[in-house]
Ligand binder design. Structure first.
Ligand SMILES: [Zn+2]
Length: 605
């Protein structure tokens, strides 16, 4: 299936704050990982002795589109060096992963699924003509090994079987060969059937298992969208059913599912792993493209504007393994961990807090989001994500100038090189919609352009701040796709050290964030007033947030979680007001590295 097709990184040019965000990423850890991190710098994928499984493919999955979106010759050359090396190690029979022939049976072929996807991403960026042939031999060899039983899916490969469908689809579009459909069937048969597991998702366990693993589950959301056509099955929107169960028992106010690192329930102090944020975004990008259903684009916005920036440092050199919605400190626990299976430092910001998967995998978040701004089908283009970007395609150019989501004016300038239709997705929460000042009510605008036509127009709408109900009698302020938190001022403590041969040295060091302002509040008024500021050089700045909400709060005795000095209690001890009402400025969740997001109303149990 496929309602919309993606453009390539040659056709989409991010502008405005989105380009600035990508430039920060390129100047930060993503753009330098091959220089500083042994698992990428000396990876077995390029002939070294370090990790030869998921870390290099994960990094390339974001680094390559980042390089091409920014048209940065140095980054492009460094990416190509990795691709050239990986291709040079491909065996006669097609096998491409760094593992000996004898070890194949015990090698978790999640890496085959992952590298095959990454090679399609590289092809979309580079149009490197070697790739279709390389991929054909990779997947044909994988098919032969699975078919003969020499290789079986287990562990991660079994949990993530559907990831191989990106490459199968890529090949099947070029060559309609039956073995590709047979490979699709084998992967599904040997892979995990998530529909049988929903009973496990309703009550968290302090036990690590694949079936409740948060990254598996967020990847899984796209399984039907990527597999149904190749399997000859109908599309049933099963992702909606599975997501609604996950959300009901584990949802957060920014649209995440808790997992630290397996499903962790509805508590505002349990964490969500960064890998799951970017995988959930990627799932939503593919679900939107496959179905055209705007609910997926809207859910994608919620993650991109809140969960992703909040869990990365402003310079994008440091990240958390897990983020919490009520996060009063990011300090290593001196004793046992608060998290269900993650260690006591999983929520600090650093090079590889807890484990290094997110260090390599978070890179795909912003670049793939940027690649989803405009999509197309036949002679129709859709402006799917109303963020600053320019499309330069065979249809013509579409320039979108805006500071959305921080403000709600979208200025389009279209120059048509042929006749085409431009659709514009309007968020469901948009009120008082106008096109050049004329009111409209559609959720998708449709404008036709004739060959050679040039036209500029402005779409505007309003978003009203409101409170959404959360479990445990708590509430969260929201406005459009932005979630708001009580920001907590902090002091950063920097740690430089070397552990197991991996150096932490500024700017790629670890940081603890210590709270330096009051956080124990309850809301006392339902009035929320929006305040605008300029978008600064750091779009999700904690110093100069581009938009704020003024709210009224009173102090309460919230209390600390039993056994912890740096974690607020799951729910407040008391909601009795301890002060007069006072105004407070709420910051976007994405701008507040320490924050309280889920609060009670004072006096209401
Ligand atoms: Zn991770």
């Amino acid at each position: 299936m496929g309602k919309w097709d993606f453009y390539t990184s040659n056709e989409i040019k991010p502008t405005g704050w989105l380009r600035r965000q990508l430039e920060i990423q390129a100047a930060g850890l993503s753009g330098n990982l091959d220089k500083i991190w042994p698992d990428v710098r000396e990876s077995a994928w390029i002939g070294g002795a370090r990790e030869g499984w998921e870390r290099v493919p994960y990094w390339l999955d974001g680094f390559l589109p980042l390089a091409y979106l920014l048209e940065d010759a140095d980054l492009i050359a460094r990416g190509k060096k990795y691709i050239d090396a990986i291709l040079s190690f491909q065996k006669e029979d097609g096998w491409i992963c760094p593992c000996s022939e004898e070890a194949r049976a015990t090698y978790d072929t999640w890496a085959v699924l992952l590298i095959s996807k990454v090679l399609t991403v590289y092809y979309d960026c580079s149009r490197d003509e070697r790739i279709p042939g390389v991929l054909y031999r990779v997947m044909k060899n994988y098919y032969d090994l699975l078919k003969s039983g020499e290789v079986k899916l287990f562990a991660w490969g079994k949990a993530r079987w559907f990831e191989g469908f990106i490459a199968i689809d890529f090949l099947y579009r070029r060559k309609k060969e039956d073995w590709l459909l047979d490979l699709a069937k084998i992967l599904k048969e040997q892979g995990t059937d998530y529909n049988t597991l929903t009973g496990l998702w309703k009550r968290p366990l302090n036990r690590w298992r694949q079936e409740t693993h948060i990254v598996n589950l967020m990847m899984m959301l796209k399984y039907e969208a990527v597999s149904c056509e190749l399997l000859g099955e109908p599309y049933t929107d099963n992702a909606e059913r599975l997501l609604s169960i996950l959300s009901e028992y584990n949802g957060t106010p920014v649209g995440l599912i808790t997992g630290d690192e397996c499903l962790s329930g509805l508590s505002p102090i349990q964490g969500t792993e960064l890998c799951s944020v970017v995988e959930m975004m990627y799932s939503y990008e593919l679900l939107y493209a496959a179905t055209g259903d705007s609910k997926w684009a809207e859910r994608l916005e919620l993650l991109a504007f809140n969960a992703l920036p909040a869990t990365l440092s402003e310079d994008m050199w440091a990240h958390q393994y897990v983020q919490m919605s009520n996060q009063i400190a990011c300090q290593k626990f001196p004793g046992r961990s608060l998290f269900r299976t993650n260690g006591p430092a999983a929520h600090i910001f650093g090079l590889e807090p807890h484990f290094g998967c997110c260090t390599a995998n978070f890179n795909q978040g912003w670049p793939k989001f940027a690649l989803s701004t405009f999509l197309h089908s036949g002679d129709t283009v859709i402006s799917a994500l109303p963020v600053p970007s320019e499309l330069r395609a065979e249809e013509g150019t579409v320039l979108l100038e805006t500071n959305y989501p921080f403000e709600n004016s979208l200025h389009y300038t279209v120059t048509a090189k042929k006749a085409f239709t431009l659709k514009i997705r309007i968020p469901s929460f948009a009120e008082n919609r106008t096109l050049d000042g004329i009111p409209f009510t559609e959720e998708e605008l449709s404008l036709s352009f004739a060959l050679g036509e040039k036209r500029a127009f402005t779409v505007s709408f309003e978003t009203k701040p409101l409170f959404i109900d959360r479990p445990h009698g708590l509430h969260t302020a929201k406005c459009g796709s932005l979630v708001f938190s009580v920001p907590i001022a902090y002091e950063k403590k920097m740690y430089e050290y070397t552990d197991r041969g991996v150096e932490r040295k500024f700017p790629y060091c670890d940081y603890e964030y210590l709270p330096r302002s009051e956080w124990s509040y309850g809301f006392c008024s339902s009035v929320l007033k929006k305040k605008r500021g300029p978008v600064s050089e750091i779009p999700f700045s904690g110093e100069k947030p581009p938009v704020m909400l003024e709210a009224e709060v009173q102090k309460i005795d919230w209390g600390l979680e039993d056994g912890f000095e740096t974690v607020c209690a799951k729910i407040p001890l008391s909601v009795e007001p301890l002060s007069e009402p006072m105004p407070i400025l709420l910051y976007p969740y994405g701008c507040s590295r320490l924050r309280m997001t889920e609060l009670p109303f004072v006096g209401k149990e």
